[in-house]
Design a protein around this ligand. Sequence first.
Ligand code: GTR
Length: 436
Amino acid sequence: MFGLLDAHNPLRSGLVFAFCLLVSNFWSSLMLHAEEFNYDESKVPPYTLPDLLKCDDGTGVDSAAVWHTKRRSEILRMFEENVFGKLPAGKIRLRTKIRSSVPDALDGQALRREVTVFFSDDDSGPQMDLLIYTPVNATKPVPAFLGYNFGGNHAVENDPRIHLTESWMQNRKELGIDNNQASEASRASEASRWAVSTIISRGYGLVTIYYGDVDPDVDDGFKNGIHSLFEKGDAPRAGDAGGSISAWAWGLSRALDVLESDNTIDAKKVAVFGHSRLGKTSLWAGATDPRFAMVIANESGCGGAALDKRVFGETVNRINTSFPHWFCINHRKYNNNEAAMPVDSHMLIALSAPRPVYVASAEEDTWADPYGEYLGLYHAGPAFRLFGKKVFESDKMPEVDSPLQADVGYHMRSGKHDVTDYDWEQYLKFADAHLR
Ligand code: GTR
């Protein structure tokens, strides 16, 4: 086309130029369109959710036994193959070392320990630091919340005795994180998200881990974190090889392994908790590890509790483009193609049934599609009902700041994407009802 340009014929080259401009505007408007996100309920495309209670061979699921022995594993396999991917099943020998033990943390309220968990025999190999709070006055092992933090264990509470995280971190000038290393300036930077004192005073333990210990949140070709334990050499990755969310979920299960031999925590009563990408992770951890007694997904959005087929807010294409390392390669088949997905979030949530599951949204967090998060939980209902559990009757979501709790729980908090004391209040109430 450019060959037609003739510098000696201004009229002709002007016309060609105008044509080229038109074509390029057309393409850029198409590109722009592809990057536009829908926030309008009336523009949600018609969609059909895969049938939760219909087995691959067409037979229906009419009992908890059939769910457990047949349908559940079919769904789990579909998520491994198409969404999160799987990690090699081999057992890893864990070693632990107590890094610190403070008997009077939180003004004397809690025993706080830092425990390093090594995933190999090499002290400089992959490892994670558990930060464990338990009430000092407990007379028996306590139920607990287990969840990752974004900012490092030292960001959870303002106490210089907590070691600064040494793992790779995203640079954040405002928090003094430079050269991908934490500094004192980021101490307590995430404290508002962890109602530690309230959790302890209500008789629960809290166990938290910096998620980057297990797998740094960066597209590094799966060389770092626990991937290095499983993937040697440069062989191309299988389409269903587990991405970072699988790695993080795996780390939560290893933390639970450790808690099983801790006499301050009742490992049979551990609620797995996570916010945002870590809420996607807590759902996947609950799905893959039935030992978690309760599952909490705070504002987990696309790839979490929100129905992908609604294509509302964040899309599959966008998430795989921004974060190519979170999901497995096969997930990219559904970029701009949510309708073809053989699963959706109702099935992810159902994988935790009959255990109590809490899904939470925030009103201003439209990127995560609050109504889609509610609907994911609502449409998971039939799996819970097989076990006689009480779930929500209506597909109409509750009003803002009006939590709904049965054997599943939901609230949409006013405000933005975050974790607040209000959220923890609801989780504690839910835990009182189901873990006590
Ligand atoms: C966003 C991402 C979301 C959510 C969030 C978070 O950038 O698009 O899916 O996971 O990050 O984890 O804070």
